[in-house]
Design a protein around this ligand. Structure first.
Ligand code: NAD
Length: 484
């Protein structure tokens, strides 16, 4: 039986499924087989303008709903997604490529944003104060920013979108979601869940729309030129993020930018090596390395580097490539041939410059966009792989003798999303925590994402935070009421 047969392929414009106005479709490809697995609607201008029109029309009605009721809607979406974990995980694994177990993990993680923000919807803060001059009262509350456009990447097809949808709804904003063209099915399936829950609670049609399209640039250009849109929230590459910020200037929409990373991991001489190795694998290989917080650069103290490289290489060599739905698979394909070739070019460039691969480094001769788990040592400082985001299962390992020098090298990047440090010495761990420059720091931890924590970067990794108590603020404007 075709496991994707029940997944919607049409747009969600409000609570209704519709084909693209122009009747066009776009193909969805299984990256493990290179086969087309579905055709979904390829929206055009008429479609996304209709979604914006609806969002604009319902925004005040939705904003006026009791927070407790919005909270219940969100909680019900959480419950429904969790009940369909298997269906979601199968779709994610098939269209994105990650092993089923990881896809299953993403569903729980992605759904959790609905539960977290269901709980935040009823805790939107305000404040009241006497004016210092005694001239009256200062009242501050929060109002929803208005219609939101969310543009999301393919690497976590569910979670990267739920991080945006859940806080927007909790805050009282309508939202138009544009998933990556490579992985539209997960979002269209979520659209079905949302439409069912919205139907039950009689949420007005237009609070959520899901627009799949190949014309991302045309869509963002047109919507950002429209003053009815009040916010764009983006997860993706730094180049596209910069373009969206430029486009938002004309109508001064609010922006949140979750962009690329180039995470370092500094492993001190006194680190617990067993712990550091386990975490290193987690932080490098989660999602096949196709993660913005994946470690790109390991810096390991010279005293322990030989053992680290040896054991890390053995573990990396043990990754088994295959289709995400095959139980033995521990490393799925890259998302596209372009991404796979980009990774291969970075590795080849480093090898040409004098680096050595202790494992991997060769594109397997088989269908699917596979790249093997790879460890590079002796990488020259000017190699592109140390400066660009790898976004694949390739780790570089460099050594150091002086911790301050290691931290300076770790910070020598225009990115600042995540950084990791390992030490059993409290002073050294504190030094790492305070001096690594990133929006998120893992100390003796390889997995740091948590819906209850603020996810986001500094420098060219962007701005704005998703999750935590901070996440909802991105969708709220403080309002000051001068009172007697
Ligand atoms: P991408 O920027 O090419 O695409 C991301 C999204 O933007 C997709 O939906 C795409 O269709 C859309 N898009 C592409 N061009 C556009 C344009 N001109 N105008 C408007 N939308 C456009 O990125 P990608 O390759 O799909 O995703 C990988 C990138 O995402 C990596 O750099 C990664 O670090 C980043 N990422 C960041 C985070 C984070 O939270 N900081 C999380 C996951 C991924």
């Amino acid at each position: 039986m075709n496991k994707l047969a029940a997944v919607p392929t049409l747009l969600w414009i409000g609570n209704h499924q519709v084909p693209a106005a122009q009747g066009e479709t776009l193909p969805v490809i299984d990256p493990a087989t290179e086969q087309v697995i579905a055709e979904v609607a390829n929206a055009g201008s008429e479609d996304w303008l209709r979604a914006l029109e609806l969002a604009d029309a319902v925004q005040y009605e939705w904003a006026g709903w009791a927070p407790r009721l919005r909270s219940e809607v969100l909680h019900e979406i959480f419950v429904e997604v969790m009940q369909r974990k298997d269906e979601f995980a199968t779709v994610i694994s098939t269209e994105m490529g990650k092993p089923y177990a990881e896809a299953f993990g993403e569903v729980a993680y992605g759904a959790e944003y609905f539960r977290w923000f269901a709980e935040e919807a009823v805790r939107i803060p305000g404040r009241i104060a006497k004016a210092p001059a005694g001239t009256g009262t200062i009242l501050v509350d929060r109002t929803p920013v208005g219609p939101v456009l969310a543009i999301t990447p393919w690497n976590f097809p569910l979670a990267m979108a739920t991080r945006k949808i859940a806080p927007a709804l909790a805050a009282g904003c309508p939202i138009i979601v544009k998933p990556a063209a490579e992985t539209p099915l997960t979002m269209l399936l979520l659209g079905k869940v949302i439409a069912e829950v919205f139907g039950k609670y009689k949420v007005p049609s237009g609070v959520v729309s899901i627009i799949t399209t190949l014309q991302a640039a045309a869509m963002s250009e047109q919507l950002l030129a429209d003053s009815r849109l009040r916010k764009v929230t983006f997860t993706g590459s730094t180049a596209v993020g910069k373009q969206l910020v430029r486009q938002s200037a004309d109508c001064l929409q609010r922006t949140s930018m979750e962009l690329g990373g180039n995470a370092p991991c500094v492993i001190a001489a006194d680190a617990d090596l067993d712990l550091a190795l386990g975490c290193a694998l987690q932080a490098k290989m989660r999602n096949g390395g196709e993660a913005c917080i994946a470690v790109n650069r390991f810096f390991v103290h010279e005293d322990i580097s030989a053992e680290f490289i040896d054991r890390f290489t053995q573990a990396m060599a043990g990754y088994r490539i295959g289709h995400g739905l095959e139980p033995s698979t521990t490393l799925g394909p890259m998302i596209t041939a372009v991404q796979r070739d980009r990774i291969a070019a970075l590795v080849d460039n480093a090898l040409t410059g004098g680096a050595r691969a202790t494992t991997g480094g060769i594109v397997p001769d088989r269908p699917g966009f596979f790249y093997p788990a790879t460890v590079l040592v002796d990488v020259p400082n000017n190699a592109a792989i140390l400066h660009e985001e790898i976004f694949g299962p390739v780790a570089t390992v460099s050594t150091f003798t002086d911790l301050e020098d290691a931290v300076a090298r770790a910070n020598d990047t225009q990115f600042g999303l995540a950084a990791y440090g390992f030490s059993e010495n409290v002073h050294c761990a504190q030094f790492l925590a305070e001096n690594l420059r990133a929006g998120m720091i893992g100390i003796n931890r390889g997995a740091i994402s948590d819906p209850a924590a603020p996810f986001g970067g500094v420098k060219e990794s962007g701005f704005g935070r998703e999750g935590g108590t901070e996440g909802i603020e991105e969708y709220l404007n403080p309002r000051y009421i001068a009172w007697t």
